[in-house]
Design a protein around this ligand. Structure first.
Ligand code: GDP
Length: 206
């Protein structure tokens, strides 16, 4: 699948302010510094996609980008900021949790994990929350250009072990680098196939 156009649509501070839309949404989230902005720009083929919101402080909001008028890319705030106050953290958590558990047109949330590290508790907890909530999700291991293949394999296996221990089946796993663009075709193909399924489901029965 190709992306021909990706344009900033709006930023929302909470679920109630999210735009009304029937278009399937694909959301991206991860710890701050995981490489989310770089990945979104790499995917959209646009250098500044994730930084073009005209709203100050947009990194703490839910940001919507219309892609080819067929789907919406949603940039969710990064979690795990060391410097935010407890009040801000609670507000973020509520905003993210309500979007992820109650947005009817959310097709999939991609959880970005830094491939250089063994499983971090904050990521494992977040994935458990998503699985408990029944939110469709996939894992995206980032920065694979700086991770030795043997470490990448080990870190993915360790994360999968943690998920198995929770009693859930394994989610889809993607591996990406914004530097080399590795993983881009696989991610876009997955989005394209998911969109194809939506269109089939929406078409009238002959
Ligand atoms: P965000 O906070 O999750 O949006 O992360 P950024 O996209 O701003 O990236 C954080 C840091 O990681 C920056 O210094 C990026 O240049 C670097 N980075 C992001 N993606 C990659 C990648 O795929 N490979 C490498 N080597 N560095 C990356």
């Amino acid at each position: 699948m190709l992306i021909r156009s990706a344009t900033f649509q709006t930023s929302a501070p909470d679920l109630a302010s999210c735009p009304v839309s029937d278009l399937p949404e694909f959301a991206f989230i991860g710890r701050s510094n995981v490489g989310k902005s770089s990945l979104l720009n790499m995917l959209a083929g646009w250098k500044e996609l994730a930084k073009v919101s005209p709203v100050p402080g947009h990194t703490q909001l839910i940001n919507f980008f219309a892609v080819d008028r067929t789907w919406t890319l949603v940039d969710l705030p990064g979690y795990g900021f060391a410097k935010t106050s407890k009040g801000d953290r609670d507000r973020f958590q509520h905003m993210i949790a309500s979007y992820l558990s109650s947005r009817p047109n959310l097709s999939c949330v991609f959880v970005l994990i830094d491939s250089r590290h063994t499983p971090q508790q904050i990521d494992v907890d977040f994935v458990q929350w998503l699985l408990d909530a029944g939110t469709p999700m996939a894992l995206v291991f980032t920065k694979i250009d700086v991770t030795k293949p043997s470490h990448l394999k080990k870190n993915i296996a360790l994360f999968e072990e943690r998920i198995s221990a929770m009693g859930f089946g394994l989610p889809l796993v993607f591996t990406c680098s914004s530097e080399t663009r590795a993983g881009r075709p696989e991610l876009l193909d997955f989005i394209g196939k998911t969109l194809g399924c939506h269109q089939l489901a929406d078409s009238p029965i002959p």
